[in-house]
Design a protein around this ligand. Structure first.
Ligand code: BGC
Length: 828
């Protein structure tokens, strides 16, 4: 509060600082930030020093983090290290790979979000970071968007509740959180250029509430998105950055751009974008703009002050605070707890799950992700853990003696080294003379020397015409944004191991632990294609490189093997996956890599088939009625295998709920028309308005495959005795939930609110207005009260929130389509 009395501050500055001060109060007790005199510090900084605090630079002692801002050591302003991200701290050192945030969203539990955040907060501090580039809270709008796994679902109320928990967790450990990507960054294709056309009401009601909640929870930083919003880049959008964020919400922290998302210097700064990342391509020129009179130094000062206020608030000025030791065991515990809690039982006909003793005595397990775990999604949210067990190993371990569990891949992602008969190659070590080479197959004991660099050139000739999956597999490459072990066919780079974005690198390693990149190409029998493999190794680690393929014949064989294994077994368990990643949306909603025919063949061979999904978002499930059970595990993090086996064997009971709608067909999705997604002429028209996710399906009467909020349990729940009363400007909704089954379980009762008759604006038939998460023993009955905030009764119109008064229906249920109780209330 002391700053508010400083006469040099404008009223608006004072209001912003008060916002920051209020947010400090949100930090846990016992955590006291130092309160330096930020304005005195600002007066001591030279113009060049001020500007150096407003953009990133190369880290002279990089820990593998995404961003770095040098400090001003002579004044005790520390260097700042900023690391991704949403599923764990992404630096060179090993960190806890938490489940993907979509799994967290499925818990519907703000307290779990806080614990999730606390793991990252502590670990980030322990690993030398000051700022975390998380949470991500862009609403899931497009079912196939690449980063859906990284965010918190399709409902603004749910995302807001979770983001608040997560920020409390992160910042409670002293790490500054960055809520991203502000705003309307809802898909990946053309994300850097697309212009999102969205009306103000839709922004305020759907795309902004989670950001607003983050600001109210005291988030230290906001990341501006790549895309345009209504014709203006998000990173220089005055309406978003100044009018909404600062003036309406009183945000007291600073705004940084997404990486390379800044497009101007002075105009961006003046619009409210404080810090250009990762380098000062534009902001490097700010000092010159000031000296030439194009930019007032007070604008620079305001931005620097916002940064310093947060550094001060988090105790980073003047020597900083001691860093905690890492706590990998604590991280692993939370990772498992959230993998368990976020699992969603989508279907369980005849209670096939949990598997019984007899099933385990003769179980066929199918699928590559059963043997090579799919820990997390791709891109900047990818965290490589120190280790991760495979589900197959965990199942065998938990099933114990007397069990017989066999595995077949069903879908071969790995293949075999391309045989010498199909290759005509020469290889050369950097600086050396070319020599003939039969194959590219240097793994294990046959690895190439650490730090060496090689090129193989020649031709590849297929023995028969067909679709070949060409793979470049490797390890020990030098870290590089584009990858350092690559495969080029016919002049086109088709695979690159270790590329952060692009490169066709799979999230699923080979059985030998190699990164596996590549794609499917059509090859004609006897036609020689030019091929190049290049590999550059890192010092200290042997360089492994393999050029492999999956032939059309092998694909058929793998399918037949899986079906044969399933036929002879008592029960079959298929692991199916998709690979969500930053930088690209999925080309289709269907499962990739020919998995559908494999599931169908297995289900055809064994009537007791269950499927485990490792997907980051909705997929089409044409075989839904052919299988008895489907357990959605998402990308479950480093402890995912243990959690998966525990749930399958009944050691824990699934209680997660879908935070996203699964459509029956791609054309059912709200964003199916091209003008909505990916857009036409560079413009994506959000013309579905507030009808995002389940709101759209409900409004249009389209039956989803699995609705928002859906999730079964190994037990049953009964609802009754609804009563609704006005409370605190909103509603207090009470009802009874009883566990009528024989197992303990978790239920997430959801409260939905209907519109008044003749609504003032088009409204969804039902919108989530509150929820709870209750754990009940068999036979236990509990009275649950859910508070519906006033905001849930309002809509945005003419620049303000307005009550949608009148008779409205309150629904309570187990999903958005399994509504058990209803009551009409008069809202005023
Ligand atoms: C992503 C951000 C990320 C940043 C730094 C960008 O490509 O969009 O989410 O924080 O890179 O890695």
């Amino acid at each position: 509060m002391a700053e508010a009395l400083n006469p040099s501050l404008t009223r608006r500055d004072a209001a912003r600082l008060l916002g920051a001060a209020a947010a400090v109060a949100a930090l846990p007790s016992g955590w006291t930030a130092r309160r330096a005199d930020v304005d005195a510090l600002l007066r001591k900084l030279t113009l060049a020093e001020k500007v150096s605090l407003l953009h990133g630079a190369n880290d002279p002692a990089s820990k593998g983090e995404a961003g770095y801002v040098p400090g001003v050591p002579r004044l005790g302003i520390p260097e700042i290290r900023l690391a991704d991200g949403p599923a764990g701290v992404r630096v060179t050192a090993g960190a806890t790979a938490l489940p993907a945030p979509v799994a967290l969203a499925s818990t519907f539990a703000a307290d779990l979000a806080q614990r999730f955040g606390a793991v990252i907060g502590r670990e980030g501090r322990a690993l030398g970071m000051d700022v975390l580039l998380s949470p991500m809270t862009n609403i899931v709008r497009v079912p196939q968007a690449g980063r859906n796994f990284e965010t918190l679902g399709e409902d603004p109320l749910l995302a807001a509740a979770l983001v608040v928990g997560e920020i409390r967790g992160i910042q409670g450990e002293g790490l500054i959180a960055t809520v991203k990507h502000y705003a309307a960054n809802n898909f990946e294709n053309a994300r850097q250029t697309v212009d999102v056309k969205v009306d103000e009401r839709t922004l305020r009601e759907i795309y902004l509430p989670a950001f607003e909640a983050a600001v109210k929870a005291g988030v230290g930083a906001v990341m501006a998105a790549y895309n345009h919003v209504n014709g203006v880049y998000a990173a220089e959008n005055r309406h978003l950055l100044s009018e909404i964020l600062r003036d309406d919400w009183q945000f007291g922290g600073w705004v940084m751009s997404d990486w390379y998302a800044t497009h101007s210097g002075a105009p961006s700064l003046t619009a409210g974008m404080d810090m250009e990342m990762p380098f000062g391509v534009n902001y490097g020129g700010l000092a010159a703009a000031v000296t030439s009179g194009q930019l007032a130094e007070s604008v620079v000062d305001a931005a620097v002050r916002r940064v310093l206020v947060q550094l001060d608030r988090f105790g980073l000025l003047g020597g900083g605070r001691p860093r905690p030791a890492p706590d990998p065991a604590g991280g692993a515990r939370v990772a498992k707890e959230i993998a368990l809690a976020g699992a969603v039982l989508l279907r369980n006909e005849g209670d096939l799950l949990p598997l019984g003793r007899a099933d385990l005595a003769d179980l066929a397990v199918i699928g590559p992700t059963a043997a090579s775990p799919l820990v997390g999604g791709g891109g900047s949210a990818r965290v490589i853990p120190a280790g991760a067990e495979s589900p197959l190993t965990a199942l065998r371990r938990q099933a114990g003696p007397g069990s017989r569990i066999h595995w077949a891949t069903g879908v071969d992602l790995e293949g075999v080294p391309v045989p010498a008969s199909a290759l005509s190659l020469q290889r050369a070590q950097q600086g050396g003379a070319p020599q003939a080479a039969a194959q590219v197959d240097h793994t294990g004991a046959g690895a190439l020397p650490a730090g060496s660099s090689w090129t193989w050139t020649g031709t590849l000739t297929a023995p028969a015409t067909g679709d070949y999956d060409l793979r470049i597999q490797g390890a020990g490459g030098v870290p590089s944004f584009n990858g350092s072990i690559s495969l080029t066919l016919d002049g086109v780079r088709i695979g690159s191991v270790g590329a952060l974005i692009g490169g066709n690198s799979s999230l699923i390693a080979t059985s030998g632990g190699l990164t596996n990149a590549g794609t499917t190409v059509r090859l004609e029998a006897g036609v020689a294609k030019p091929v190049t493999v290049a590999a550059t190794g890192i010092a200290g680690t042997p360089l492994q490189v393999r050029l492999a393929w999956v032939t059309p014949q092998r694909r058929q064989e793998a399918l037949r093997e899986a079906a044969a294994l399933a036929k002879g077994a008592r029960a079959a368990l298929v692991f199916a996956f998709n690979e969500g990643t930053e930088g690209a949306d999925r080309a289709a909603l269907a499962l990739p890599k020919g998995q559908d025919p494999v599931v169908e063949a297995v289900a055809g061979a064994n009537a007791r088939t269950a499927v485990v999904l490792n997907t980051g978002d909705p997929v089409l499930i044409p075989w839904v009625r052919n299988v008895r059970s489907i357990l959605q595990m998402w990308y479950p993090g480093q402890e995912g295998a243990d959690a998966t086996a525990t749930l399958l064997l009944g050691g824990a009971n699934p209680g997660g709920k879908l935070p996203v709608t699964f459509p029956v067909r791609a054309e059912d999705a709200p964003t199916a028309p091209a003008e909505r997604y990916p857009g036409v002429g560079g413009v994506a028209d959000y013309s579905e308005g507030v009808l995002v996710g389940y709101r759209f399906y409900d409004a249009k009467g389209v039956e989803p495959l699995f609705p928002f909020g859906h999730g079964l349990s190994y037990t049953r729940f009964q609802y009754g005795d609804l009563s609704v009363r006005a409370a605190g400007g909103g509603l207090s909704v009470s009802f009874t939930v009883a566990n009528t089954g024989r197992r303990a379980g978790v239920e997430v009762p959801q409260v939905y609110l209907g519109p008044p008759a003749g609504p003032p604006v088009p409204m969804a038939p039902r919108a989530l207005a509150g929820f709870a998460r209750v754990r009940l023993s068999p036979g236990e009955r509990r009275r649950v009260t859910v508070t519906v905030p006033r905001r849930a009764l309002q809509y945005w119109s003419d620049g303000r929130w307005t009550l949608a008064g009148g008779r409205r229906t309150v629904h309570v249920g187990s999903s958005s389509r399994d509504l058990r109780l209803r009551q009409e209330v008069t809202v005023r």
